[in-house]
Design a protein around this ligand. Structure first.
Ligand code: PEP
Ligand code: MG
Length: 589
């Protein structure tokens, strides 16, 4: 047995170890098999029957997952049921059966290939991941074309194993992970926003994805260690390595249990100052998990996902279903729904947008929405309809100038009037806010903030645009410094400008999730920190171990320093003098 160590992308922290259970790959490889013209109708009937069977199967699975894991995880099956109703997808399958006089299996293989190519052409990682939903549904239809006895065998129910797969389809991930017998997950494909990753995080199952070819290097029964914290996978380790990881696992489990306890404690500093941890989510089913980690609201719902679950454009009802689901699940806590941040790099096949030479500076987010007003109005209507519980807020991304806010407000009023005319109820006082993530907007925060009810600082983009450093380019990542004095001066200015106007201000970029940079934001007067829910306990524990008064003093002094490194070292040293037990670096003990 060969000892192998592989690096991947750790998407759900913790360590899991045990025997491997390899998941069968889904194959779309039907060869073209011609049929006589007289059999075309029979072939279409085969397709129809398989689609019906698939629908029934999905409804049963949905019920099953709902009762074992809760409503929020059954949502994936709604997305799949919607795909089954996608006319353009099935029109193309029927067309190839009719025109090519070919079997359904081949037509499905063709459709699968076409959709994979369409999705693969998308630059944005999160959007690309949604192709697995289409694969999932098509794979089910293929399976349902076969006679019953030949369909997939039942999954092993009792034995605890590590699941290793080439690419886990979303419904398979939901089914297998829900059985609570998966110790960890290791996958060739995937990224941090794949369904499997999100599900693994919410169920606390360590997971590493993006391993490229782990499935080719293992067989059923091999022993594997999956380190989801460091993104490492170790196959057939010698005893010493096994022991080393066993002890690392024990430490991590204690650390995590301790950390999670803070989820239930108050969000106050040592000297009693209140702060609000909020969650950034991408899918409606993440709400429950976010609250279990201590979130006190949904600070950012990236609504782009709605476009990714279907091959055609989402309807108002599709938007509404997602928003009202989140608003209800979070009620009475607030939910900040950000209008779509697509266009530019995040182009979608449904939208047919021309490729731009410089997408990060192109027709993105609110620029795209204002360019495509009919689409924008659909989203605004749905957000207003979902605001009935009065906990929804409207958040506009990538604003550059005051005029854009004016245009959004006019459009928003127009939509409100339409709904009033139709006697549709909504929250007339729904707060409207903007993301501050373009430096030009940051520099006029004092002006912008007078036009809105709140602001949310998107530090991920703000830093990239302010420092001229692509946030996803490894070659220049050494320059991407949240503690760069220029970034800190700008952010301090933004926060102070909002506070002077007594307006709500939050940070929803990664800076809010890092103990050290979040502490600086706290010192600037920020109280709302929105982040990936798994980081909430870490931030809570850090803040609970500090006095606000000390933080304010230290941060104020640090602002006179020249470099990010000086600032970091100064803060750590000075805080630890006052609070030797401060949970400053969020480290695993
Ligand atoms: C940001 O830019 O900081 C932000 C939260 O938005 P996104 O990461 O979705 O661009
Ligand atoms: Mg952004």
């Amino acid at each position: 047995m060969t000892f192998i160590r592989l690096r991947g992308n750790g998407v759900s922290p913790g360590i899991g170890m045990g025997e491997i259970c390899l998941s069968d790959p889904v194959l779309f490889s039907a060869r073209k098999e011609s049929i006589p013209a007289s059999s075309v109708e029979a072939e279409l009937r085969r397709l129809k029957k398989a689609v019906e069977r698939t629908k029934n199967e999905l409804l049963i699975l949905k019920q099953d997952i709902k009762s074992t894991m809760g409503e929020e995880h059954a949502f994936i099956f709604d997305a799949h049921l919607l795909i089954l109703e996608d006319r353009s997808l099935f029109a193309s399958i029927e067309k190839s059966i009719r025109e090519e006089k070919a079997r359904v299996e081949w037509a499905l293989t063709q459709a699968h290939r076409k959709y994979q190519e369409l999705f693969d052409a998308i630059a944005d990682e999160y959007f690309r991941q949604r192709k697995s939903d289409v694969s999932d549904v098509l794979a089910r239809i293929v399976a349902n074309l076969r006679p019953k006895q030949k369909r997939a065998k039942k999954l092993e129910e009792t034995k605890k194993q590590v699941l290793v797969a080439h690419d886990l389809l979303p419904s398979e991930a939901a089914m297998r992970l829900s059985r609570r017998n998966v110790l960890a997950v290791a996958i060739d494909m995937g990224g941090p926003t794949s369904h499997t990753a999100i599900l693994a995080r919410s169920l606390n199952i360590p997971a590493v994805v993006g391993l490229h070819n782990v499935t080719q290097q293992v067989k059923n029964g091999d022993y594997i260690i999956v380190d989801g914290t460091d993104g490492e996978v170790i196959i057939n380790p010698p005893l010493a390595v096994r022991k080393e990881f066993q002890s690392k696992k024990e430490k991590y489990d204690i650390y995590f249990r301790e950390l999670k306890k803070t989820a239930k404690l108050g969000s106050v500093t040592l000297d009693g100052a209140k702060f609000f941890p909020l969650a950034n989510i991408e899918l409606p089913e993440e709400v429950a998990m976010a609250f279990s980690f201590g979130a006190e609201g949904i600070g950012l719902f990236r609504s782009e996902f709605i476009y990714l679950q279907r091959a055609s454009l989402p309807t108002e009802e599709d938007h509404f279903a997602a928003y009202s689901r989140i608003a209800k699940a979070a009620y009475p806590a607030p939910v900040y729904i950000r209008t779509i941040d697509i266009g530019g790099e995040k182009s979608l096949p449904q939208l047919n947008i021309e490729k731009e030479p410089n997408p990060a500076l192109g027709l993105r987010a609110i620029r795209f929405s204002l360019w495509n007003r009919e689409l924008f109005k659909v989203q605004l209507r749905a957000i207003l309809r979902a605001s009935i519980l009065k906990n929804v807020r409207l958040l506009i991304p990538m604003v550059t100038e005051v005029e854009e806010v004016g245009e959004v407000k006019l459009l928003f009023e127009e939509v409100k009037k339409e709904l009033e005319k139709e006697r549709v109820k909504f929250d007339r006082q729904i707060p409207l806010g903007v993301m501050i993530e373009v430096p030009a907007a940051a520099a006029i925060t004092d002006i912008l903030v007078k036009e809105v009810d709140f602001i949310s600082i998107g530090t991920n983009d703000l830093i990239q645009y302010y420092l001229a450093v692509d946030r996803s380019n490894e070659f220049v990542s050494y320059l991407y410094k949240p503690l760069h004095p220029s970034v800190l001066r700008l952010i301090r200015f933004i926060i102070q400008a909002a506070l002077r106007e007594r307006k709500d201000v939050a940070v929803c970029g990664e800076m809010a999730a890092n103990p050290l940079s979040a502490l600086v934001l706290l010192g600037f007067g920020l109280r709302k920190f929105s982040m990936n829910p798994i980081f909430i306990p870490r931030i809570k524990k850090t803040f609970r171990s500090l006095e606000l008064e000390t933080v304010e003093k230290v941060v104020d002094e640090a602002m006179h320093l020249r470099t990010a490194q000086d600032i970091e070292e100064f803060i750590i040293e000075r805080i630890l003098v006052k609070h030797p037990k401060a949970f400053l670096l969020g480290q695993v003990m």
